[in-house]
Write a protein that binds this ligand. Structure first.
Ligand SMILES: [Cu+2]
Length: 346
């Protein structure tokens, strides 16, 4: 069966991705490969003197586990993916693989000229977080987030990414002598992700301008309300064990109703790590635990990493489309085990 969807793409350039979202079974379907990049370009982004062509690399990072015959190993309770959602209770906190794939290849090696490159980093893993570290150290400049260009470049020493998040960065391999092997590791577990083999010097007329874009800052003081969304585990309930505001997902229950055009502050409160994702419009992080946003919170975001016993305030304003939308944890096993809520835009 095929079905055709038509929708307007009226948004700024951004490193987006798409994936299967079937209720209760998103985790196993994304794990099996139903995901891809959706790169949006525009004149503003094209006009910047950033690396382009084969120096603009989309990198989709996932972790997977394999059976001895090479097939994917995923601990579904129901291998037909039809009746019972969820995974073996040992994996209820999220399915982690022992092999890291970048664009589908395990621990790949990519040859680059000793010049600046733009890396569009996507953590498409079901549950694994990464702190991407370059060894030897390589200058990293963040230029974009989930929702497109930042207003100004933002230097980072590493890139901390929760599932669903994207970081658009420029790295300068010109800092290294030809022949250098640069290893990208996950600093959270020490495991390798990929390597870059730095080739010869080459002409490079790119630079990172001091102003990348201009956009409005949503003003949390102008918010019409603050809504609290609590992400927590409910013990003793299998397999649907994850909750938002104490409730399992129910597509027929409206958990929030928000007016188009109004700024709201949404406070995400968490018991454990939960990467919180909001559909329809991107938001801006305005505070972490009542303080300044963190180093990985810049720009327009649609997914934000909430730490254990933490809370994060974001300013959000929905525009353009009335209808039913979702807020959910982007740890896909949490999502499948009911950590999702419905909001309607009116
Ligand atoms: Cu979660």
């Amino acid at each position: 069966m095929t079905r055709q969807y038509v929708y307007p793409c009226d948004q700024r350039a951004a490193t987006l991705w798409y994936h299967d979202h079937r209720m209760d079974f998103t985790g196993p379907q994304v794990y099996r490969g139903l995901a891809g990049f959706h790169l949006i370009t525009d004149d503003e982004d094209d006009a910047l003197p950033l690396p382009k062509g084969d120096r603009d690399l989309p990198l989709m990072i996932t972790d997977r586990a394999f059976e001895v015959d090479g097939s994917l190993r995923y601990p579904s309770l129901d291998s037909t993916l039809r009746q019972v959602p969820g995974v073996d209770p040992d994996f209820a906190e999220g399915v982690l693989g022992d092999v890291v794939l970048v664009n589908g290849a395990p621990w790949p090696v990519h040859e680059v000229d000793a010049v600046r490159h733009r890396l569009r980093l996507l953590n498409a893993s079901n549950a694994r977080r990464y702190r991407l570290e370059f060894d030897p150290p390589t200058p990293i400049t963040q230029i974009g987030s989930d929702g497109g260009l930042l207003d100004r470049p933002h230097p980072l020493s590493d890139v901390l990414m929760a599932p669903g998040e994207r970081f658009d960065v420029v790295v300068d391999f010109g800092a290294h002598a030809p022949g250098t092997e640069v290893t990208v590791r996950n600093g959270l577990d020490g495991g390798p992700v990929m390597r870059f083999l730095v080739g010869g010097k080459a002409a490079d007329d790119t630079r990172v301008p001091e102003i990348l874009s201009r956009y409005e800052r949503l003003d949390p003081a102008a918010a019409v309300r603050t809504r609290v969304w609590r992400f927590s585990r409910k013990s003793g309930t299998k397999p649907h064990s994850w909750r938002i505001n104490g409730e399992p997902f129910d597509p027929d229950r409206v958990d929030a109703s928000t007016r188009l055009g109004e700024v709201e502050v949404w406070r995400f409160v968490s018991d454990l790590h939960h990467p919180v994702h909001v559909h329809l419009d991107q938001f801006q992080v305005v505070a972490r635990r009542g303080h300044e946003p963190g180093p990985y919170d810049s720009g327009w975001k649609d997914t934000v990493d909430i730490g254990p016993a933490d809370y994060v305030d974001v300013a959000v304003r929905f525009t353009g489309h009335k209808g039913r939308y979702l807020v959910h944890c982007h740890n896909l096993e949490h999502e499948d085990m009911a950590m999702m809520a419905r909001f309607d835009t009116v």
